[in-house]
Design a protein around this ligand. Structure first.
Ligand code: NAP
Length: 328
């Protein structure tokens, strides 16, 4: 797997990482999840994405356990910033980036990950009550202490990115970006290029839609996490069939899968772009990594640009309580 570099301070990662969010498992499923993560390493993945809030808490434990034998050869990214009670329930307000809280989360994450340093520590959501300078300053302290190597932001606005970067260099921004959601192209991507900040698209497969695993005809199970997103309402999905059809058309030209084309398109958006598709299955990890070998032509890219421009997620991306946490 070829490598890419995030940020000006040279964080080298596999061109495609692994999003671990949905891998939190019941204790009895843990051995299989560990095997999947180790299988990803054997296949060349060196960039793993977790967060305090995934699980909550247990996802970091899983990632830490699975990667402990190869700790020095992988990059572990985790995130702070949600307001959680000890039992994992959310506190009112939703976010908490007060400096003391960041320090506490860093210690707890280090413990759960079973490591002495967090390679990339993202603020998960911007806290409107804490100046971003204080957040960046606190992460800088953790970097000086050797507990954190690099600073990241998630879903932050241009203004926040600039202010944070002026205090502590931001290595990567992690925000939603895919053929289905291209808003970052307007102002975020040019800013990141300008400042030398890497970009880590989350939900690069449109939460499975772009890989063809969800259609309007196959309604989601009521306990599927995606049912909370307005875009997965059957009516909303059926309006975007043109996009998945175009992706499938281009996939056929390459003898590839739709998911591989969606990821190859992201990789073609710049050398500083490193998508983190999420899956619990090793076969799908192998498939997704195959995207790094696909070179889309200028015609393919133009066709995807045109069709995706007509098929963007409309309306709110999140349910109300999550939508209001978006930094503007
Ligand atoms: N910073 C943030 O706020 C934020 C928000 C959301 C996500 N994230 C991060 O981004 C990662 C990825 O995002 P995501 O999980 O929302 O969306 P995604 O990667 O776009 O899609 C994941 C979904 O696609 C399915 N899938 C994966 N590969 C596939 C393939 N080759 N063929 C068919 N289906 C496939 C998975 O199902 P199976 O698991 O069943 O294979 C899963 O349901 C997360 O794991 C997390 O680390 C960050």
């Amino acid at each position: 797997m070829n490598k890419r570099t995030l940020g000006n301070d040279g964080l080298e990662v596999s061109a495609i990482g692994l999003g671990c969010m949905t891998m939190s498992t019941q204790p009895e499923d843990r051995p299989e999840a560990v095997a999947v993560l180790r299988g990803a390493v054997e296949r060349g993945v060196t960039f793993f994405d977790t967060a305090e809030v995934y699980g909550p808490f247990v996802n970091e434990e899983l990632v830490g356990e699975a990667l402990s034998p190869v700790r020095d050869h992988v990059v572990i990214a985790t995130k702070f910033g949600f307001a959680l009670n000890a039992d994992g329930t959310r506190r009112p307000g939703g976010v908490d980036s007060r400096p003391n809280h960041i320090r506490e989360v860093a210690e707890a994450s280090l413990k759960r990950l079973g490591t002495d340093r967090i390679d990339l520590f993202y603020q998960h959501r911007v806290d409107p009550d804490v100046p971003i300078e204080d957040v960046a300053g606190t992460v800088k302290e953790l970097i000086t202490q050797g507990k954190v190597r690099h600073f990241g932001l998630s879903e932050a606005s241009v203004r926040t990115i600039r202010r944070a970067h002026a205090v502590t260099p931001v290595t990567a921004l992690q925000s939603e970006y895919s053929l289905w959601w291209r808003e970052p192209e307007t102002v975020i991507l040019p800013l990141l290029e300008d400042l030398g900040i890497g970009f880590v698209p989350f939900s690069p497969l449109g939460k499975g839609f772009l890989a063809g695993s969800v259609t309007a005809d196959t309604p989601l199970d009521s306990n599927d996490w995606r049912t909370m997103f307005p875009r997965f309402a059957p009516d909303a999905l059926s309006g975007h069939l043109g996009l998945i059809q175009a992706v499938q058309r281009i996939a056929a030209r390459f003898d590839a899968t739709p998911g591989q084309i969606a990821l190859a398109w992201l990789l073609a958006q710049g050398r500083h772009v490193v998508p983190i598709p999420g899956t619990r299955r090793l076969k799908r990890i192998e498939e997704n990594l195959g995207a790094a070998d696909i070179q889309l032509t200028a015609e393919d890219l133009a066709e995807l640009d045109r069709v995706s421009a007509e098929n963007q997620v409309q309306g709110d991306r999140y349910p109300e309580q999550m939508q209001r946490l978006i930094d503007r």
